[in-house]
Design a protein around this ligand. Sequence first.
Ligand SMILES: NC(=O)c1ccc[n+]([C@@H]2O[C@H](COP(=O)([O-])OP(=O)(O)OC[C@H]3O[C@@H](n4cnc5c(N)ncnc54)[C@H](OP(=O)(O)O)[C@@H]3O)[C@@H](O)[C@H]2O)c1
Length: 280
Amino acid sequence: MEKQEGHDEAVVLITGCSTGGIGHALARAFAAKGCRVVATARSRRSMEDLEHDHRLFLQELDVQSDESVRTAVEAVVGKFGRIDVLVNNAGLQCVGPLAELPLSQMQNTFDTNVFGCMRMVQAVVPYMATRKQGKIVNIGSAAALASGPWSGTYTASKAAMHALTDTLRLELGHLGIDVVNVVPGAITSNIANSALANYNRMPEWKLFKPFEAAIRARASLSQGSNSTPSEEFAKYTVEAVLRKNPPAWFSYGGYSTFLAIMYHLPLFLRDFILKKWLKC
Ligand SMILES: NC(=O)c1ccc[n+]([C@@H]2O[C@H](COP(=O)([O-])OP(=O)(O)OC[C@H]3O[C@@H](n4cnc5c(N)ncnc54)[C@H](OP(=O)(O)O)[C@@H]3O)[C@@H](O)[C@H]2O)c1
């Protein structure tokens, strides 16, 4: 079967579309391009402002649950007959020093950011493979280009996702499925609020108590004056994804150039900068 040319009416399934976040902006940006968008979130209440937008089909979906993923994917295929684009956007930040962070926190982060993404991939690929076409878009993070202190769990989960995405691109290419690794810099969203709410439930640090302020500040690092508005990021991303031949990888947003440079620096220099910047 020939690869799809135009993407008007493409059926796009996006995870993690709560109001104020990147998924929400992506849902509106895909809809603005004429796509049929299935916006999903753990709870419909968190995206209720989309309820009356006739361009969008809302569906509850928790990426940590096999049953929720299966039910949602079957509902989309039942309604539209196909999924053209899957956007794995749902994700969690997690801050805390690795030597003291509860392992349950690390597991929860990986269950969402890594295994949640793979659960979606495994549920959707069979439908794409049957039609020999489709696009999988994984939202990684520029933070993974220079893993620094206090957010090691998050950056490790995103680095894992980058690696999995590279493999998926090679393995799924012969099934007619394009795989795109989107690597956002700092983008306005709710990520810091969610991370801080979670952080407030963590135990008191022992060895790392003197770094408490720096650790807490790391949760909000992406939400400063350098942040790119989520609408701008979404518009750029949607244009790239809807190309006939989408890029395998792109990075966009606040700090993305800085972090790309950091990636190439000698380790002693990168460590020096990260220690100064993040008060380690
Ligand atoms: N903002 C940035 O600067 C930035 C930079 C690099 C990468 N990213 C990535 O961009 C993606 C979107 O994050 P964001 O910045 O827009 O943060 P956000 O506003 O907090 O959005 C995250 C979304 O993921 C959802 N989610 C969390 N756990 C889930 C689960 N188990 N199942 C389904 N959905 C779940 C959240 O739902 P609830 O509302 O129910 O919690 C929310 O809808 C993430 O993968 C993040 O790592 C963000």
